[in-house]
Design a protein around this ligand. Structure first.
Ligand SMILES: [Zn+2]
Ligand SMILES: [Zn+2]
Length: 324
């Protein structure tokens, strides 16, 4: 079964994807993403792979007949793609050369534009789950893309706030946030000509860094050649910094925020950024999203962002030293 069900209390859509439970157990040592598996080309750098068990598809089944005048269902229309970062089974993002990550950036641009051509898609969400802690079963480095037929609640909230800010202050709220962070300086981890990496004032996670473009650009396709190279460099350094914290492959959820597609035009108040949500507070302690976070969306960060930013800057320097 794959369908959308409306949560009547929050007015949000829930993806029901019970068929995903039937995913076969892979034989040990078999990786479908490795060249030679028969599932991917024998030669590739980066590759778009259609999810074998998608929660959303462009040909969704009819929803089960359980809806009524109160409970609403909708077909699970959308896209679920897997983005393979490299043919190497164990080489993760920070270990890839920046020139290689640039190919990944180009693939993201291409998929964002291509998926956005489908007028039924309203939001293209590019993300990566890294590490067993966040449920990754396939170690081969990959990210994912979901194309939703609706704008998810969190995005709706951010869009609403940024639209209001724009109306009241005639300014982009993200540009303002970046200016404020640069002025305060203590939460900046590093910056280059085109991107700034910082631990935000409001960080919900101990190491929840953000990457934001210095120029006001509302989606990844809006970056020029030089900015795309810089994004690749910045991603390598940001993930390398996280790995340098405790000298381990640091688990994270990486979420890329672009403006919605096929929706109200918001390019003057939405601003491209990437947020990392690493579920660790140290090398071996997990920061659980527990009752307050899950039940009330009230986050509790048990650490001081200004202190953690200092720690992250030191990790960034270790990353630089390792590189040279
Ligand atoms: Zn593999
Ligand atoms: Zn902006």
């Amino acid at each position: 079964m794959a369908e959308l069900r409306k949560h009547p209390l929050t007015n949000d859509w829930i993806m029901i994807a019970s068929h995903r439970q039937n995913r076969p157990q892979m034989p040990k040592d078999y990786c479908p993403f490795c060249p030679g598996s028969g599932k991917v080309p024998d030669n590739y750098d980066v590759y778009k792979y259609d999810n074998d068990f998608p929660a959303l598809s462009t040909n969704p089944p009819q929803p089960d007949p359980v809806a009524n005048e109160f409970f609403e269902t909708a077909p699970a229309y959308g896209k679920c793609e897997v983005i393979l970062y490299s043919p190497e089974h164990t080489t993760t993002l920070p270990e890839l050369p920046a020139e290689h990550i640039r190919k990944l950036v180009d693939l993201w641009v291409q998929r964002y534009e291509e998926i956005g051509k489908d007028e039924n898609i309203k939001y293209v969400f590019i993300f990566e789950n890294r590490g067993e802690v966040v449920g990754v079963t396939m170690p081969h480095p990959h990210g994912q893309i979901y194309g939703y037929s609706f704008i998810p609640k969190k995005l709706e909230l951010v869009l609403e706030n940024s639209r209001k800010f724009r109306e009241e202050k005639s300014k982009c709220i993200f540009c303002e946030m970046l200016e404020q962070e640069l002025k305060f300086d203590k939460r900046i981890i590093f910056k280059n000509e085109h991107f700034t990496v910082f631990l935000p004032f409001f960080s919900e996670y101990p190491y929840g860094i953000y990457i934001i473009s210095n120029r006001h650009v509302s989606n990844i396709a809006g970056f020029n050649d030089e900015e795309r190279n810089a994004l690749a460099e910045t991603l390598k350094a940001a993930t390398g910094t996280l790995d340098s914290l405790f000298d381990m492959k640091f688990p994270y959820m990486m979420c890329m925020y672009n403006e919605p597609v096929n929706s109200e035009k918001c390019s003057d108040y939405f601003h491209f950024h990437i947020a990392f949500y690493p579920p660790m507070r140290s090398a071996d302690k997990i920061k659980f999203n527990a009752s307050s976070e899950t039940g009330a969306w009230a986050h509790c960060n048990p650490t001081c962002p200004e202190e953690k930013a200092e720690e992250l800057r030191k990790a960034y320097n270790r990353f630089l030293n390792k590189k040279s």
